[in-house]
Write a protein that binds this ligand. Structure first.
Ligand code: ZN
Length: 223
């Protein structure tokens, strides 16, 4: 089982899972700004990786609760700052627990024993639900709260630099061309939000070119 948002990290994670297992993929739309584009990315990545078992779920709670630039249209998605001291407004409160709960429930039904999630600690936006301690604790919950207690949430990318994830993805043939990372736009990636900036930097550091299309202004900056 792999949680696949459609971004570059989850795509690499899905490529890893698909290489080792007959993988199933789950995607959760939660009223985020780019949900349509991300769902398209999910479906296309599944097609490319030949993942047939798919589950798409709508989570209404996160949008209703708000409190994040991704789910509240009143809160603007900021351009990526150079230095950061606090958790950014793009953090969606306790989001990964919602996602993991859905994946673990489905894993119980499918009798899958591993749930892959592409959480990354370094080179990330500093979200608290991307830290190793969080997954360690969550696995305790899964172990004690499921029928057989055998399901494990695994985070193969958590200790990797973002550039290393790009290199691994290229090695695995992960379909980066089908991924979507931008927080704010669905037509072309904005190139200035946190997610775009981290992604562009990762490809640059890996010595690779990012196959998706960015806004014209960013193209010029890159040149
Ligand atoms: Zn962006």
């Amino acid at each position: 089982m792999v949680l696949l948002s459609g971004g570059m990290d989850s795509c690499v994670c899905a490529a890893l899972a698909a290489r080792e297992f007959n993988a199933a993929a789950v995607h959760i739309s939660y009223g985020q700004r780019t949900e349509e584009r991300e769902l398209r990315a999910f479906l296309e990545i599944c097609d490319r990786l030949e993942i047939c078992d798919r589950l798409v779920v709508r989570n209404e709670a996160l949008r209703a609760i708000g409190g994040s630039a991704l789910t509240d249209p009143e809160i603007a998605v900021p351009e990526s700052p150079m230095i950061r001291h606090e958790i950014p407004v793009t953090y969606v409160p306790f989001r990964n627990a919602h996602f993991l709960s859905v994946a673990v429930s489905w894993a119980e039904v499918l009798e899958a024993e591993k749930v892959y999630i592409g959480a990354v600690e370094q080179d990330s936006s500093g979200y608290p639900d991307c830290r190793p301690a969080y997954y360690h604790a969550f696995n305790e919950v899964v172990r004690t709260g499921t029928r057989d207690g055998r399901i494990e949430v695994v985070t193969p990318l958590i200790g990797m630099r973002k550039a290393e994830i790009v290199s691994l993805g290229l090695e695995l043939g992960a379909p980066f061309d089908l991924t979507w990372s931008c927080y704010s736009r669905e037509d072309r990636a904005c190139g200035v939000c946190d997610s775009c900036v981290l992604r562009l930097r990762a490809f640059r550091e890996a010595g690779a070119s990012d196959p998706i299309i960015y806004c014209e202004a960013v193209e010029k900056v890159k040149v």
